[in-house]
Design a binder for this molecule. Structure first.
Ligand code: SF4
Ligand code: SF4
Length: 168
């Protein structure tokens, strides 16, 4: 049961200052077209938008489903009310990270340390088998650029506040 006594009624202003989500009329079109609506747990954007509107802060902090979005933007194209559901999903991820640093994806630390989220340097044999003999030009082959990138990333408030996660 939803307990509105603990609701943060202004929560939507933190997540969607433009207030687009206030136009949502719960038609579920975004859910029907969303490939992540079959994920485990399913991403049900309509429910997320409603939780934001109602100010259900604790439920949203515990909700893993924004992270199953594959960023295809289909919901954005389908929403008849211009809610921009995809932007709401991204805003929810940022909001979760601001309020709970354990939400900061490890991929961000990998990008910071290595310039990539995947160990692409180890794929030379596969690349050679399809005729790609040159090493992949990852940013960590360019130390100066990599350092600039690190400095830039560390200026992001969420990253800076959790800088222990980014130590080499
Ligand atoms: S952008 Fe994300 S939420 Fe929207 S349809 Fe694609 S997977 Fe679903
Ligand atoms: S498609 Fe738009 S209006 Fe319909 S439920 Fe999704 S966000 Fe709300």
């Amino acid at each position: 049961m939803i307990d509105l006594d603990v609701a943060q009624r202004n929560l939507w202003q933190d997540i969607d200052p433009h207030g687009n989500l206030l136009y949502c009329f719960s038609c579920s079109t975004c859910v029907v077209g969303c490939p992540a609506s079959n994920a485990i747990p399913p991403l049900l954007i309509r429910n997320l938008v409603r939780s934001v509107t109602l100010g259900l802060e604790d439920d949203l902090l515990d909700n893993d489903t924004p992270w199953t979005c594959v960023t295809c933007s289909r919901c954005e194209e389908m929403c008849p009310m211009g809610v921009d559901p995809f932007e709401i999903v991204l805003a929810l991820r940022r909001w979760q990270c601001r309020n709970d640093e354990t939400r900061i994806p490890m991929a961000a630390a990998e990008i910071y340390k290595r310039g990539y989220t995947q160990p692409v340097d180890k794929a030379q044999e596969v690349r050679a088998s399809v005729g790609l003999t040159e090493p992949l030009p990852t940013i960590n082959r360019l130390p100066e650029l990599h350092q600039q990138f690190k400095d830039m990333l560390m200026q992001v408030e969420i990253i800076h506040n959790a800088d222990y996660m980014f130590e080499d």
